[in-house]
Design a protein around this ligand. Sequence first.
Ligand SMILES: Cc1cc2nc3c(=O)[nH]c(=O)nc-3n(C[C@H](O)[C@H](O)[C@H](O)COP(=O)(O)OP(=O)(O)OC[C@H]3O[C@@H](n4cnc5c(N)ncnc54)[C@H](O)[C@@H]3O)c2cc1C
Length: 296
Amino acid sequence: MAARPAPTPAPAGPAARTAPKTHRGEVLRTERLTPGMQRVVLGGAGLDHFTVGDYTDHYIKLLFPIEGVRYPEPFDIRRIRADFPRDKWPAQRTYTVRGWDAERRELTVDFVVHGDEGLAGPWAMRARPGDVLHFGGPGGGYAPRADADWHLLAGDESALPAIAASLERLPAGATAHAFVEVAGPEEEQQINAPDGARITWLHRDDRPVGAALTEAVRKLDFPAGEVQAFVHGEAGFVKDLRHYLRIEREVPRERLSISGYWRLGHNEDGWQATKRDWNTQVEAEQEPATALPTAS
Ligand SMILES: Cc1cc2nc3c(=O)[nH]c(=O)nc-3n(C[C@H](O)[C@H](O)[C@H](O)COP(=O)(O)OP(=O)(O)OC[C@H]3O[C@@H](n4cnc5c(N)ncnc54)[C@H](O)[C@@H]3O)c2cc1C
């Protein structure tokens, strides 16, 4: 469903194409950024081969062991997938690279705190220095294009790390409208964006996820010129905004990075298992003549 722009590709040699490398991150420190966002900084020698490309939405696949299963050391996802039955493979969760400091070998990941349910959110809340987390990646597909007249960024908390990284990458003088829906005022974060970037924080309060965001994006008076848009978060509102941008505003596909990062009522295993069908159906509904499913 995400039509990606084409900035400098992330590094991907032959090995990366066949199977992702597994990296071993050690928790260096954690920080509660806001009541609903937990930052975890990973480091250690297990990140020696980690590197990122030019995307601002780089993501990694966190690997959580299945309870009661012991995996051979050194942890190698290719071996595990070859030797273990599928139901014993580690569970995967996708998270954005909020920051990568290659010199200090520090990888920053921001986790939405969404209650006791799930693996990654609760793990981040419990994480302590020295804890180990294996992960694959990075993947990615979006970066602000220099030739866009203006940038539209919209998402909920799960997309905030990528939106913040993208705003920080914008050159001075760039025009951007960013809409971020969060639970309430206590969830707003400081973002170092250029003067031409206007960040609108939307407080969800008791409304369904995405309602305030969709409304605000629809009310925006589009600046003149060609937009490049980045829209991610809960799949339901992403679908609505895709319709608005792609069909009603006729934003070309190649100017649109848009996909569901998670889906209400589904964990990531469930969402990833149905995401391709969901995307195909959205494409079929919204552009029957050109349906071409893609997924991240
Ligand atoms: C490319 C990409 C990048 C992403 N980057 C980030 C990131 O940087 N930070 C981040 O926090 N998330 C990010 N996400 C979303 C994240 O992968 C999902 O939210 C994931 O489901 C969280 O895993 P979990 O183990 O905590 O919960 P799961 O076990 O997957 O789900 C448990 C329950 O929690 C619900 N749930 C899941 N996520 C949320 C949420 N955000 N708010 C409310 N309820 C939720 C589910 O619907 C389910 O009912 C990204 C997703 C993608 C595809």
